[in-house]
Structures are given as C-alpha cells and as structure tokens.
Design a protein around this ligand. Sequence first.
Ligand SMILES: NC(=O)c1ccc[n+]([C@@H]2O[C@H](COP(=O)([O-])OP(=O)(O)OC[C@H]3O[C@@H](n4cnc5c(N)ncnc54)[C@H](OP(=O)(O)O)[C@@H]3O)[C@@H](O)[C@H]2O)c1
Length: 212
Amino acid sequence: MDYIDLFLIHWPVSSKSGIHEYPIKKKDFLPMDFKSVWAAMEECQKLGLTKSIGVSNFSCKKLADVLATAQIPPAVNQVEVNPCWQQRKLRDFCKRNGVFVVGYSPLGSIGTFYGTNRVMESQVLKEIAKAKGKTVAQVALRWGCEQGIGVVVKIYNKERMKQNLEIFDWSLSDDDCRKISKIPQSRACLGKDYTSHYGPYKTIEELWDEEL
Ligand SMILES: NC(=O)c1ccc[n+]([C@@H]2O[C@H](COP(=O)([O-])OP(=O)(O)OC[C@H]3O[C@@H](n4cnc5c(N)ncnc54)[C@H](OP(=O)(O)O)[C@@H]3O)[C@@H](O)[C@H]2O)c1
C-alpha cells in the first residue's frame, strides 16, 4: 500500500526501543512521550503515508495532553463503547474537541479473554429486541450508531454479518434509549496487560486516569 486511511496509537504506552514483543514484558514499559510520539504521527500524515491519525484507549486526560501540543488534532479516539460501557464523559470531551469516537467491542467482545457477556445477555436489550423483532446485536449496534459514533464489530459469520448491517432503516424510541441509559456500567477491557509494577501505570486506575 502507498498509504493507509487511518493510523492509530493503539495504547498510551511505549516499550523499550528495539524490543518488538507482544505482550509487552512488565519490565519493558516506558512512559509515552506524547509530544514527540504525536509529532512523529503528524509527520506520517504530512508525508502522505496516512490520510488521518488518531489514538486508541486514551482517557480524557491523556487526550488533553496530546491536544495541548498537537498541530494536527487526533481525528479519532477508538475506545470500548457499548450499552454496558457508554463512555458518556469521554464522548462528551471528544465531541467538544472535534475528535470522532469509534467504539470497539460494541457487542462486549463475547468469548475473548477481555470480553463480557453483559451486552448480549442484557435483559433490557433482550426486551427491546423482542418488542422490535430485532436481535440483541442489532439493538446494540443501532444504539451505537444513534449515539453518533463509529462502530467496529468483528464478525466472521456471513449470516450475522448481513444481520449486523440491517440497522439503518429503523430506530430506537426515546423510551428504548431511556432504558438503555439506565443499564449499570462497567468496562470490559481493563487493559491490565498495560499495567506494570515497574510503571509507568502501576494500576488500571492510573492507566485510565480513574475513568473506570
Ligand atoms: N483499539 C483496541 O484496543 C481494540 C480492542 C478490542 C477490539 N478492537 C477492535 O474492535 C473490533 C471489534 O471488537 P471485539 O472483537 O472486541 O468485539 P465485538 O465486535 O463486540 O464482538 C465480536 C464477537 O461478536 C460475535 N458477533 C458479531 N456479530 C454477532 C451477532 N449478530 N450475533 C451474535 N454474535 C455476534 C462475533 O462472533 P462471530 O464472528 O462468530 O459471529 C465475535 O465473537 C475488533 O475487530 C478489533 O479490531 C480494538
């Protein structure tokens, strides 16, 4: 490829130079120098290697740190968003700063080591889906779209892929949205792999700047 459309900083962490191992070993984490890393991202865009640049798994505070010195503000912050982790504070911050939110794990990433069945097993979503003749997945994805965010769902099954695309000719009612807004909130993807007792983030509270 001559260029990519969107280049993201995957997590707000750096590791020791020259070591390309994943998962990153606890002793190899380094604090991310947001200013110089973002300047390098900007250089990639200026060189035409990528159309847009952005971040992922950045809290309001870390995004503010990038915005403080950025010449080109991040186009995107890709973070976990679903009816069970709605990210209202972060979405509001991103909106005020012109950063488009893309939601990963929109179905809760059921079946993965970091996932949860809370979305697909949500009683609230099940009731809405039943009343509308839709599936829980469709209700969750439609909710994401109605929030004005991007939604990236992973799917290998052709039938379910088709189902996931059939969310654009109907909508959720105000009552549905009110019920969804009351679903108890918790993050599924805690990012523990990115914490280390050596630092820079010793706890998930530090990683997410208390946005848990
Ligand atoms: N930036 C980051 O740090 C980060 C972190 C996590 C994920 N992501 C990205 O976000 C994308 C999606 O997130 P995710 O994979 O964690 O979670 P997800 O999209 O919430 O869940 C994916 C799972 O849902 C199943 N599924 C999809 N549609 C379905 C339907 N209609 N009914 C029932 N099950 C359905 C899929 O299985 P089948 O394929 O078998 O249907 C798959 O097992 C990933 O591809 C990844 O690139 C980014």
